[in-house]
Design a binder for this molecule. Structure first.
Ligand code: ZN
Length: 234
């Protein structure tokens, strides 16, 4: 029974656990998420500006169409005015033409407001477009840094897995099964070091008597921490 192989296997597994925990929390992951979110936000603000421009354009077209219809009607009434003789009829037509002119004025105001709104939307869109390349570059840089750090981490993982299978092969099936059992039982750390009188598993100090018991365990036999029950290796 090779106690130090148990410890070696525990060290490899602890290192793998650390990587599994830190991989999604790497600064490069956070930076990439931040850059991606900033780009998405910019794109959504650009889409909103474009919608504003499109809505203003629709308003301009609607005002122009309505103004055209009124112009046609006014032309017709003006032609009619030249043919009427009765003053009351002429007065009524002139009143109607005046009303049309008033409506046309309102439509012109509406069109002007829509043109201003469109210009404001276009200036917002241009401003946002200015920073698009920068944001896209930021995402690309963050992605490259993320890929690089993932490559490093993944190669560390590959090395650790290779070490692990070597240690497991050296331990043999029975010891490996025992190791897996205690690792599961203690939530990841089933093998601890005896550091002076201190157990690295439960971080408790062993009493001199407990220490003597652990130290009396013959070589080739696994000792247990009297405090936590983990395999303890001197
Ligand atoms: Zn312990």
């Amino acid at each position: 029974m090779n106690a130090s192989a148990f410890l070696a296997l525990q060290d490899v597994d602890t290192a793998l656990d650390v990587i599994t925990h830190k991989r999604p929390r790497l600064p490069e992951v956070i930076a990439h998420q931040g850059a991606t979110a900033a780009l998405a936000d910019l794109r959504s603000r650009m889409a909103a500006a474009q919608q504003r421009i499109d809505a203003a354009q629709a308003g301009i077209e609607a005002a122009e169409q309505a103004a055209d219809a009124l112009t046609k009607k006014r032309t017709r009434l003006e032609a009619q005015l030249k043919t009427v003789i009765a003053p009351r009829e002429a007065e009524a037509l002139m009143h109607e033409i005046e009303t049309i002119n008033g409506h046309r004025g309102d439509l012109d105001d509406q069109e002007l407001a829509a043109l201003e709104e469109q210009a404001a939307g276009e200036s917002t869109l241009l401003e946002l477009l200015d920073s698009l390349a920068g944001h896209e570059g930021g995402v690309a840089t963050a992605k490259a840094q993320l890929d690089a750090v993932y490559a490093t981490v993944d190669s560390e993982v590959a090395d650790l897995r290779q070490q692990r299978s070597d240690v497991v092969a050296a331990l043999g099936p029975d010891s490996s099964a025992l190791y897996e059992r205690v690792r599961k039982q203690f939530g990841g750390v089933g093998v601890a070091r005896l550091e002076g009188s201190h157990c690295s598993g439960c971080h408790m100090d062993l009493s001199p008597r407990e220490l003597d018991i652990v130290k009396a365990v013959p070589a080739g036999t696994l000792a247990e921490c009297p405090q936590c029950g983990r395999i303890i290796v001197r």
